[in-house]
Design a protein around this ligand. Structure first.
Ligand code: NDP
Length: 335
């Protein structure tokens, strides 16, 4: 197996030298183990958090150890009663081309044959999709008729948020970087798009949001933080709900990040700001699958992916998340 580990902890934006490649022999499975050849691996923004040596909701990556992450692959040999050669499985054994071990320890799930491409289980029908679903429907308590603002709207989570909100009868404002991404967000059904790079910071975002929805917003789904969050607070209607999903604008920050200067508005407007972690909402998985099984075949849930070919490209794919190299889900194809 070809595998990637963290060679050193990045300071600021990750660099190629922060990653180390190695080759590992894959043994035959022992009792209770399976051997898997990975076909796809995911790179996700949260992995940047695991590169810091600090306590968080997932433990930090250790220097020299193969990193973890979402992957989809096929069982190539099995010494486990529940798995057989050829089974399609997802696991947390990304950043490598093959592995052997106990499925329980690798968080293996057998994937259903529902006519979706395998890679969809790392995106729209996987962790990012459930993040959008739980964050919008449960954390932000979405209601029909809401005006929803979502940042990072051309990404894996954001593009799903746009469409769920449209499917639930809401007005959607999406922000993304650059005209191509904005056109993509529009093609997903968003009513208004904001090119945040052109808008230019807090004041520009507020102006664009007021143009899109003069009466303000009811829901903000935050993927970005920073100026986006501050602008959302500024234009929020009384009792608006904000699902704080991620704040990618500050993942590579080396100084002290600046908080929303207008947070005092949260008092008078009685805003609800709630952070969340997708794994806490795993109980929504059946409802999520049921809705996706309706929406995807009927064209009400489109999904785009940006694919880099080969395990050698994994660090580049990961670093690309922070430069906006992806439209839709960023993936690495391993075979
Ligand atoms: P995306 O597919 O959205 O990829 C990241 C995108 O972020 C880039 O394409 C880029 O788009 C945008 N971006 C990068 N840097 C900046 C910046 N400085 N300012 C504004 N936008 C930036 O990733 P995901 O969909 O996987 O994740 C989206 C968010 O959701 C992240 O914050 C992530 O951490 C979070 N998340 C949280 C989970 C949870 O459980 N809470 C689970 C999964 C994801 P552009 O070109 O438009 O700038």
């Amino acid at each position: 197996s070809t595998e990637w580990s963290l060679a050193s902890r990045p300071e600021g934006m990750p660099k190629p030298a922060n990653f180390g490649k190695k080759t590992v022999e894959i043994a035959a499975p022992k009792d209770g183990e399976i051997q898997v050849k990975n076909e796809w691996m995911s790179v996700d923004p949260y992995m940047r958090g695991r590169m810091y040596d600090r306590e968080s909701y997932v433990p930090p990556f250790q220097i020299g150890e193969t990193m973890q992450g979402g992957a989809v692959g096929r069982v190539t040999a099995s010494a486990h009663p529940d798995y057989k050669e050829g089974d399609l499985v997802s696991s947390m054994m990304g950043w490598r081309t093959a592995w052997v071990g106990k499925p329980e320890a690798a968080m293996v799930q057998k994937l259903p044959d529902v006519g979706l491409p395998e890679s969809a289980f790392l995106g729209v029908a996987g962790m990012p999709g459930l993040t959008a679903y739980a964050g919008l429907l449960r954390v932000a308590e979405l209601k029909e008729g809401d005006v929803v603002f979502v940042s990072g709207a051309a990404g894996a989570v954001g593009s799903t948020v746009v469409q769920i909100a449209k499917n639930k009868g809401c007005t959607v404002i999406g922000s993304a970087g650059g005209p191509d991404k904005c056109a993509f967000v529009k093609s997903l059904g968003a009513d208004h798009v904001i090119d945040y790079k052109k808008a230019g910071g807090f004041a520009g975002l507020v102006k664009a949001l007021k143009e899109a929805s003069p009466k303000g917003i009811d829901v903000y789904f935050d993927n970005v933080g920073g100026d986006h969050l501050t602008a959302a607070i500024e234009v929020a209607r009384p009792m608006a709900r904000m699902a704080l999903c991620g704040m990618i604008a500050q993942y590579n920050e080396t100084g002290t990040p600046v908080g929303p200067h207008n947070i005092i508005m949260a008092v008078g407007k009685q805003l609800k700001l709630q952070g969340f972690i997708v794994s806490t909402h795993a109980d929504m998985q059946p409802a999520f699958f049921a809705d996706m099984a309706k929406w995807i075949p009927s064209g009400k849930m489109k999904f785009e992916q940006t694919v880099m070919e080969g395990i050698d490209k994994a660090p580049e794919a990961f670093m690309g998340l922070f430069t906006g190299a992806n439209t839709g889900k960023m993936l690495v194809k391993l075979t």
